[in-house]
Ligand binder design. Structure first.
Ligand code: S3P
Length: 182
């Protein structure tokens, strides 16, 4: 039996969600897509749902309505997606800072924190989508500051996975390996 098959077998019994958390640029969306392709599970991205509902990109929502508006929409979406069973949830980087979000996700899911250094995060962010919180003169300094503020929240995940300069499939392997032992 392959790892992916073992996982699907276990998941059929378990029905827990696979929740991917971590700082901007750690690879959450790519890893959750990798897991989706390998495990054939539905996937929800909190950012994508917000963008679809608002009909705007995250950066435009921040610009037009501000961060607190975005966080309210984010909390609503987290509440909804947490009600699913047996799905993959790709969380925006700030989701778990809100204790209510964290509680809801943890109640129905297994949380995986993708851990990476500020330097690695910056490198990934440079080649990725726009991040309104990092539109500052010194993004590395801002990443370090925000990561210091958030690390304790991320560390409350069930599992910490090494995402430092790591190819996406290798990060997926680590998660599948853990899940196959549950
Ligand atoms: C944010 C992370 C972003 C997005 C928004 C705010 C954050 O998602 O939700 O820009 O506060 O860390 P990604 O982590 O997918 O970039």
């Amino acid at each position: 039996m392959t790892l992916a098959r073992t996982l699907c077998y276990n998941r059929a019994n378990m029905k827990k969600n696979i929740v991917i958390i971590g700082f901007m640029g750690c690879g959450k969306s790519k890893v959750s897509r990798n897991l989706q392709a390998r495990c054939n599970l539905p996937r929800f991205s909190t950012d994508k749902i917000i963008e679809e509902r608002e009909g705007k990109k995250i950066s435009t929502i921040f610009r037009d309505f501000g961060e607190s508006y975005f966080r309210r929409q984010e909390a609503l979406v987290v509440k909804e997606v947490s009600k699913h069973q047996g799905v993959i949830i790709d969380c925006g980087g700030g989701v778990v800072v809100n204790p209510a979000n964290f509680r809801a996700l943890k109640k129905t899911g297994i949380l995986f924190y993708l851990d990476a250094t500020p330097e690695c995060l910056l490198q990934n962010i440079k080649s990725g989508k726009a991040r309104p919180l990092l539109k500052v003169p010194d993004p590395l300094k801002e990443i370090k500051k925000l990561l210091d503020q958030r690390r304790s929240f991320y560390e409350k995940a069930h599992y910490k996975v090494d995402a430092n300069y790591m190819p996406i499939p290798k990060i997926g392997d680590q998660i599948i390996e853990i899940l196959s032992t549950l």
